[in-house]
Design a protein around this ligand. Structure first.
Ligand SMILES: Cc1cc2nc3c(=O)[nH]c(=O)nc-3n(C[C@H](O)[C@H](O)[C@H](O)COP(=O)(O)OP(=O)(O)OC[C@H]3O[C@@H](n4cnc5c(N)ncnc54)[C@H](O)[C@@H]3O)c2cc1C
Length: 537
């Protein structure tokens, strides 16, 4: 059942085996899988409202219109690497989490990215091979809406395909999700039957919400996790929660486990507010330390991107939105069932590029590309968003005070490692080489820059720093590490180190940002986590 407010929760009648904090990709997936077992009573707590009935969420092409009602409205600290700009950093606050307001691009990343989880945690059961069945379990491939043949679904980007035939650098790759994503690929999306398929729809939709052993509590903010007073070992299964509407506060205790799935910012924030983190840093903000775990909130990494553009001698015909919306409402077909991008490019920085003389290659292996390029026609211009998939810069999530309802201090640390700026520059060169291909002859009329080859170095760097922005893929703030290792936050089974009863299942557990948009990685992590949890009870 779905409860809109804390006052509807009947504490006298109900007790829960598992309490899950955060109804995003991690939390919704685990709630769905655990409640498959009728012996488990599951409570899922989400700070935001329902996704149901929100048109901007359901219509794929409207995702840029989703307003701040469904977001935490985070703003980063001034980013020294970006000329001290602070960036708005939307993270969803709604059932389904960021899958309810993300760009719906579905890319799994490279096989090497997942093998790296196994290396980092010294537990080879985290590997592409072992995780592959979970991708299949999590995915339901559906044809495009309107009964159209998939091969004719998109306006055939014949020109781009032609460039791929000629280019030595970026070849056509039939399936981005094979574990070898490099090349020019068709985009795959989390859209089903013309509507966004978020975790709220895919994992909790249909009959799942009606399961008698699953309660979804909305509009309820978790403020702290609390240790048991009875246990001699640190045992944490209780969470303090506050009604967003009334401010009413209470606690709820899981009989078996408390699972934190509040996302790459929300999870470290909740742990820090609870006194789990670096002891000295917590004392500085007057939070009583209950468990010294210095890496909570550290190791944050994300994909940074910037735009280069070209002039073109034609314009793309704009969609008649009113007519398209009528078609969507009537049949769930038409242009609003798609995102505005049909293809993506994943490329490697050449081995002999000068930056590799100074910096070790951070790619997880030969299947992991360094650069992704997303191209769009905007008026009489072609723009390419060039993103760095293998950043070396790291950031932090911290708390500013001992008030758990304050905003977190989010520092992405963008471009604080010199490799990242050099790598993005190489990305701009890759995009330039691509657009010099003969397929664009007579269409592209000139490069508008910023041009890494003609601008003075400082000028180019400044243009990049002034324009770069996030692709919203934060990970790593409660990373897995080997059992017994002092660094890291979670053991390979996603249990918080040194604590009984508490696991983390979300993007914060992922040690390095994969060479992909991150939702598929979180889904597969949560699928495997569900099996690990089920197996231990
Ligand atoms: C704007 C945007 C666009 C993106 N586009 C893409 C894309 O096109 N493709 C892709 O693959 N990935 C994309 N991503 C990334 C992807 O959506 C995330 O990697 C993924 O959703 C992370 O899952 P999660 O479970 O870790 O966190 P989330 O899905 O963010 O879920 C966390 C949930 O926890 C809740 N929560 C947080 N704190 C508390 C608290 N204290 N109490 C109660 N509840 C709490 C939040 O409200 C939220 O619902 C995008 C992300 C954003 C923000």
């Amino acid at each position: 059942k779905v409860l809109e407010d804390l006052k509807q929760l009947d504490f006298a009648k109900e007790s829960y085996d598992f309490v899950i904090v955060g109804g995003g990709i991690g939390g919704s997936t685990v709630a769905s899988r655990l409640s498959e077992n009728p012996r488990f009573n599951v409570l899922l707590i989400e700070a935001g409202p329902t996704n149901e009935g929100v048109i901007e969420i359901a219509v794929p092409a409207f995702f840029t219109r989703i307003n701040n009602t469904y977001s935490w409205g985070h703003v980063t600290t001034p980013q020294t690497g970006l000329n001290n700009r602070s960036l708005a950093f939307n993270q969803a606050r709604v059932l389904g989490g960021s899958s309810s307001h993300n760009g719906m691009v579905y890319t799994r990343g490279s096989s090497d990215d997942f093998d790296l989880w196994g290396k980092v945690s010294e537990d080879r059961s985290w590997s592409w091979e072992n995780l592959f069945p979970y991708f299949l379990r999590n995915e339901k491939l559906v044809p495009p809406p309107g009964g159209r043949d998939a091969s004719g679904q998109y306006d055939p980007q014949y020109h781009a395909i032609k460039n791929a035939e000629q280019s030595r650098e970026i070849k056509f790759n039939l399936d981005v999700n094979s574990g070898k994503p490099s090349g020019l690929v068709w985009v795959q999306c989390t859209i089903g039957n013309g509507e966004r398929c978020s975790a709220a729809v895919g994992a909790l939709g249909g009959k799942v919400k009606e399961r008698p052993n699953l309660t979804i509590l909305l509009n309820t903010h978790a403020t702290r996790v609390l240790p048991s007073k009875e246990s001699r070992q640190l045992d944490i299964r209780t969470v303090e929660i506050v009604s967003v509407s009334s401010g009413k506060k209470t606690t709820v205790t899981a009989k078996k486990e408390l699972i934190v799935s509040a996302g790459a910012f929300g999870t470290p924030y909740l742990l820090l507010n609870s006194g789990i983190g670096d002891k000295k840093e917590l004392e500085d903000v007057k939070v009583k330390s209950i468990h010294h775990l210095p890496d909570v909130g550290k190791g944050l990494s994300d994909h940074l991107a910037f735009i280069v553009s070209w002039s073109a001698n034609d314009v793309v015909r704009p969609v008649d939105t009113a007519a398209a919306f009528e078609e969507w409402q009537t049949n769930r077909t038409g242009p609003l069932t798609e995102i505005s991008v049909h293809q993506l490019m994943f490329a490697h920085i050449p081995h002999d590029a000068p930056l590799f003389k100074e910096h070790r290659d951070p790619a997880a292996g030969p299947n992991s590309p360094h650069i992704e390029i997303v191209m769009l026609s905007v008026g009489p211009r072609i723009i390419a968003s060039v993103g760095l998939l293998t950043p070396k810069s790291r950031g932090t999530v911290k708390i500013a005070s001992n008030n758990p309802l304050d905003k977190p201090l989010i520092d992405l640390g963008y471009l604080t490692h010199p490799f990242d700026l050099l790598a993005l520059k190489e990305g701009a060169r890759i995009a330039k080489r691509w657009c010099e291909g003969s397929a664009y002859e007579g269409y592209i009329t000139g490069f508008l820059g910023p041009d890494p080859d003609t601008l003075p170095e400082k000028e180019f760097d400044n243009a990049l720093k002034a324009g770069a922005g996030t692709w919203w893929h934060p990970v790593g703030t409660a990373s897995i590490s080997p059992k017994g290792a002092k660094h890291g936050v979670l053991d390979p089974e996603l249990k918080v180190k040194g604590v009984k009863g508490l696991r983390v299942v979300d993007a914060s557990a992922i040690p390095y940002v994969p060479t992909a948009h991150t939702q598929a990685a979180v889904y597969v992590l949560a699928e495997r986590a569900s099996d690990l949890i089920k197996a231990s009870w």
